[in-house]
Design a protein around this ligand. Structure first.
Ligand SMILES: [Zn+2]
Length: 383
């Protein structure tokens, strides 16, 4: 068949129910980043599906045994390669996964991980299946990396992503896109992660000075860290996790916080990092902080703009229109973009509520974005 947009979309729509059923299935498979056995089960399922369609499959070792191994798949032929990135892990431990947590309401499908980013993964599976079923050829050899540690910053898969990105003409990231428009992104914030450790002195609350409480010291540090955010400059500092103390009737001798910083301008990122790392105690406790910028910012340039124009043009063939998204999130695409390879993110379905119990996608966007992915893989030309 000729690969025109409307007929590709029609073919995808014929499979719509099965696409939604498969998405519900893989959402029901818990794949919490810090549960490598469960992530590996999903990776094995994905490898099996891709192998059936003729993809060459390889598992890549994780640099850190805390995370599951990563999946590499390849199909098509030719010297020139394009790279498709996805991640199998989610932020949801097993307790969030239940039959009740995955449901459809009006035009939406809800579920933990449906948006970030199992919707994009299921699009990929169906794009590969339909390209084969339609008897089409991809314009370039397609390398797929599905990593297992993206929600932990992608540190143990970064080397594999960079190895493939540097050989690629373009990189497409299957993260979802936000309602209502589903804009794609050619720029992203960079991010850094830090750990703050506070040491105090334990004792009976009635006999000790509050100035030795690690929890009190941490509370001051949290205020300081949050005050470093500058929304007008797209700099965000967030203390995402804290713990500490021994018992309710003991002055806390220890407390810890995990911090994330996001930035758009690398200069702002470096300046804010310096402030984060310059933690001085407010009380008689000791503070120790370490960490660094882990994901470089993904900046828009003439090459990514050209890539965006081409994808928008293909999208028009199936009646899709969207603008350029504002940077906020960081993704594994940042690693590819930092090497100067044109990178586009947000190819996944349209939805919202990432990392919450209200995560959802618009069902219809699964079909349209799958069709768009097929058109990108088969028709787009990169210089
Ligand atoms: Zn994601």
């Amino acid at each position: 068949m000729t690969l025109d947009g409307p007929s590709v979309l029609e073919k995808v729509r014929e499979q719509e129910e099965q696409i939604i059923a498969e998405l519900s299935h893989i959402v029901s498979m818990s794949s919490y980043t810090y549960s490598p056995e469960s992530v590996d089960l999903l990776q094995q399922y994905l490898a099996e599906q891709l192998r059936k369609e003729g993809c060459r499959i390889e598992f890549l070792p994780s640099e850190n045994p805390q995370f599951a191994r990563h999946l590499r798949a390849e199909f098509g032929s030719g010297e020139d390669q394009i790279l498709v990135l996805a991640h199998a892990d989610t932020v949801y431990p097993q307790k969030y996964i239940s039959a009740e947590a995955i449901y459809q309401e009006d035009d939406r499908l809800y579920g933990p991980g449906v948006y970030d980013m199992k919707g994009g993964i299921v699009q990929l599976l169906w794009a590969v299946r339909l390209i084969k079923a339609l008897g089409c050829q991809t314009r370039y050899r397609v390398c797929i990396i599905i990593n297992s540690d993206s929600e932990a910053g992608g540190i143990s898969s970064r080397r594999h992503i960079e190895n493939e990105a540097i050989k690629s003409k373009a990189v497409f990231v299957l993260e979802s896109a936000r309602v209502p428009e589903g804009e794609m992104k050619s720029s992203h914030c960079g991010s850094g992660r830090y750990r703050l450790k506070v040491s105090g002195q334990s004792g009976h609350p009635s006999q000790s000075s509050p100035a030795t409480s690690a929890i009190q010291e941490l509370s001051f540090q949290i205020q300081r860290l949050h005050s470093l955010s500058q929304p007008e400059k797209t700099v965000v500092v967030n203390v995402g996790q804290i713990w500490g103390g021994d018992t309710v009737n003991t002055v806390s001798p220890h407390a810890t916080a995990l911090i994330e910083m996001r930035f758009l301008d690398p200069k702002d990122g470096a300046a804010t990092e310096e402030l984060i790392l310059n933690a001085q105690p407010f009380t008689n406790c000791q503070v120790e902080i370490n960490g660094s910028i882990t994901r470089p910012a993904m900046l828009r340039n003439a090459y990514t703009q050209r890539l965006m124009c081409q994808v928008k043009h293909l999208a028009k063939h199936i009646g899709l229109e969207f603008g350029d998204g504002v940077p906020g999130e960081a993704s594994d695409g940042n690693y590819a973009a930092a090497l100067g390879v044109p990178t586009l993110d947000g190819i996944g379905p349209v939805g919202g509520g990432a990392h919450s119990e209200q995560e959802f996608i618009i069902k219809d966007s699964l079909a349209t974005r799958t069709a768009l992915l097929i058109l990108i893989l088969c028709k787009a030309k990169f210089c």
